[in-house]
Design a protein around this ligand. Structure first.
Ligand code: SF4
Length: 242
């Protein structure tokens, strides 16, 4: 694993400890078995449905997405249905989720997938990222959650958790760009457990190690987390931020 030299070359941050990385994997999966959320998009591996959920979840809270996810898929149950729909109608169905370029791009993705890939979303990161609005995170999510690949996902929640655990409360601020975090996230995905691990990491960031109220005292990571105890004072938690 080439994580350590890259870190030292780019900036003076702590090199993640291998033992801590293994503990983090094991404990996160155990935490997920008890605390993981039951979300509708976790009951499917259909790439189209996974993609719809991921696009909806961009900048939008889970509780707002759930009813719209059901409504949207009732109206457009397949890529073909979405590709045939009028763009103004798709926008109307999307309302009131906001960030309205998303339904337009989703429909474009459906049309391009049918025109270029025989109606099946591509299963390679490189090809997925050629589609409109699909960046590294969304490509990783589709590969992990629909195709079962052991690829990493990195969103703001995941970045915050990894920064707190492996770099301490202010360590993430010393890392330039996202490369270090992507390398770490890739290194952490356990073989053949990518789906559960990534879902767990996102749930842990969204519900437990949150920006303002991390639950440090009962946290399963507390004996090796570089930020423990972050919940001792509101000021410390705010400084570590997202
Ligand atoms: S100990 Fe606190 S800061 Fe560290 S992972 Fe747990 S909740 Fe997050």
């Amino acid at each position: 694993m080439a994580l350590a030299p890259r870190v030292l070359d780019c900036c003076p941050v702590r090199v993640p400890d291998r033992q801590a990385m293994r503990k983090f994997q094991r404990r996160l999966l155990a935490w997920y078995a008890t605390h993981g959320r039951d979300l509708p998009w976790r009951r499917t591996r259909d790439p189209y449905r996974v993609l719809v959920s991921e696009i909806m979840l961009q900048q939008t809270q889970v509780d707002r997405v759930v009813p719209k996810y059901h409504e949207f898929l009732e109206r457009y149950p397949t890529l073909e249905c979405l590709a045939r729909a009028r763009v103004d109608e798709v926008r109307r169905v999307w309302y009131p989720l906001g960030y309205n370029i998303r339904p337009v791009r989703l429909r474009q993705i459906a049309r391009e997938t049918i025109a270029r890939y025989g109606g099946r979303l591509p299963d390679s990161a490189e090809t997925l990222r050629r589609l409109p609005g699909i960046g590294r995170y969304t490509a990783g999510a589709v590969l992990s959650f629909a195709y079962g690949r052991d690829t990493a996902v990195l969103d703001t929640n995941v970045r915050r958790v990894l920064g707190r655990v492996f770099l301490g409360p202010r360590g993430a601020a010393r890392v330039r760009g996202e490369k270090w975090f992507w390398d770490l996230a890739e290194s952490l995905v356990p073989p053949r457990r990518g789906y559960d691990f990534n879902q767990a990491l996102m749930d842990f960031g969204a519900t437990w190690c949150t920006p303002r109220k991390p639950r440090c005292r009962p946290c399963p990571m507390r004996d090796f987390c570089g930020s423990y105890p972050l919940d001792r004072s509101g000021r410390k938690a705010r400084r570590a931020g997202a």
